[in-house]
Design a protein around this ligand. Sequence first.
Ligand code: SF4
Ligand code: SF4
Length: 100
Amino acid sequence: MECIGCGYCCHDSLCGLAYGYYGGRVLPCPALIRRAGRFYCGLYEKSKPPLRAILGYALGIGHGCPNEDIRQLVELGREMVKLLERGTVPMEEKGDDEDD
Ligand code: SF4
Ligand code: SF4
């Protein structure tokens, strides 16, 4: 499933690279950077070849999201925020046979 750059994964836990680089558990990962509404791995973004290719492979950059459930929840949350901002949260319609 395509990564939407929500950043949940790196807010919730550190990858091995972050553990090695920062030497402890600090959340969210200090390497996270936000650009145009998406989160990116700053260590990868700032790396140069050939390290960049190695990090990209190790982090699974470009290979989608392994947290399908979380990604779907994040997308649902974003839709809810849009509806709330528009003041148009849909109410479940009553079926014909429910109101007697
Ligand atoms: S979509 Fe998945 S892999 Fe991409 S940032 Fe969100 S949780 Fe991480
Ligand atoms: S180092 Fe990059 S991939 Fe790893 S947790 Fe931090 S931001 Fe995420």
